[in-house]
Design a protein around this ligand. Structure first.
Ligand SMILES: [Fe+2]
Length: 333
């Protein structure tokens, strides 16, 4: 019995050793398989990376520009007008303009300057030898200017309204400075009492006022503002072909007041950039006192822009002739 038992133990021991060897061999195979898999995966990743690099080097793909068409954000209307000149506002032209605004519902409205005329005793720089500018008082002008903004705000209550200071608006502040011999405290006292931006209650009305004596946005020229891809200003001078002069001088899209005469000039340069200058005309009576009997060919109207979400726009002047807007045919049928 003893020998048989020893034999059984010997067989068990041999089997165990054999199994242990098989197990070790299997583990070794598993490790080799893992290493092989990792190596192949790395080669695969490298290959993939190489192909991508090659494609990138070989084909310099241009970025696909977005097609013009339906956009996620809406385009909107911007309107610019100017030269209302207080008591000299033309009621027929003004009413035609308000009628268009009701239809257009602009998001932005820009007054291009000369809100008031400031030709009375508060103007330090009277136009020489003209008595017609004393037909109205400054109080009359203030009333007319406030009525104008009351009507404008009742028609476009949601609009963002900007007012650029014109050379006539500046007359009162210049007078205040001159009368007080530029003493700062006294000047401020008079300016707070009489300056157009104060007496027209622009701050209370939540209307933006842009001073002629300061630079705004990215402009180095005082009294000019930038909305989207267009500038708005009230220049000091006017010539026969003022739009061409403005387009050349600005080198950017610009809408301007002061000239009281409708004009437009498109410009382009050698690298294909395009821009334009627009003067929409005035909103006051066509013949101001400083013209006597001379025909200065003044015209009435406003500027209209359809603005895209990226700031680009379609802009054009809308004439108002004999109190009729040439846009009104769109909505009065
Ligand atoms: Fe003007």
């Amino acid at each position: 019995m003893g020998k048989a038992k020893d034999k059984i133990e010997e067989i068990k021991s041999d089997e165990l050793i054999k199994l242990e060897r098989q197990l070790a061999s299997a583990e070794e195979e598993a490790i080799k398989a893992k290493r092989k898999y990792r190596a192949e995966k790395m080669r695969g990743d490298e290959l993939e990376s190489f192909v991508e690099d090659f494609k990138a080097r070989r084909f310099d793909m241009p970025k696909q520009s977005k097609k013009r068409g339906p956009k996620s954000r809406k385009s909107y209307i911007r309107v610019a007008f100017g030269d209302t000149h207080g008591c000299s506002i033309d009621p027929k032209a003004w009413n035609a303009f308000l009628g268009d605004l009701e239809y257009l519902k602009p998001k932005e409205v820009v007054h291009l300057g000369d809100v008031l005329d400031c030709g009375g005793w508060l103007a330090a720089h009277h136009t020489m030898n003209y008595v017609a500018q004393t037909d109205y008082s400054y109080a009359d002008e203030v009333t007319a200017g406030n009525q104008m903004f009351d009507q404008l705000q009742s028609v476009v209550p949601q609009a963002d309204i900007h007012v650029i200071e014109g050379n006539h608006d500046l007359r009162v502040e210049t007078t205040c400075l001159t009368m007080t011999q530029r003493h700062r405290a006294d000047s401020e006292l008079l300016i707070n009492a009489f300056a157009p931006r104060k007496v027209l209650n622009l701050e209370k009305r939540n209307i933006h006022w842009w001073s002629r004596g300061e630079c705004h946005h990215d402009c180095v020229q005082g009294g000019t503002i930038k909305l989207g891809k267009c500038y708005f200003t009230h220049p000091q001078n006017a010539s026969k072909h003022h739009a061409a002069r403005m387009a050349e001088g600005f080198g950017k899209n610009v809408v301007y007041g002061h000239t009281h005469r409708r004009d437009y000039f498109p410009a382009a340069n050698a690298v294909g950039d395009e821009w334009a200058a627009w003067s929409p005309g005035c909103m006051c009576v066509k013949r101001k006192y400083w013209h006597h009997t001379e025909n200065f060919k003044h015209t009435q109207g406003y500027h209209l822009q359809i603005v895209e979400p990226d700031g680009s726009f379609l802009g054009f002047n809308v004439p108002i002739i004999h109190g009729e807007s040439y846009l009104s045919g769109l909505y009065s049928q």
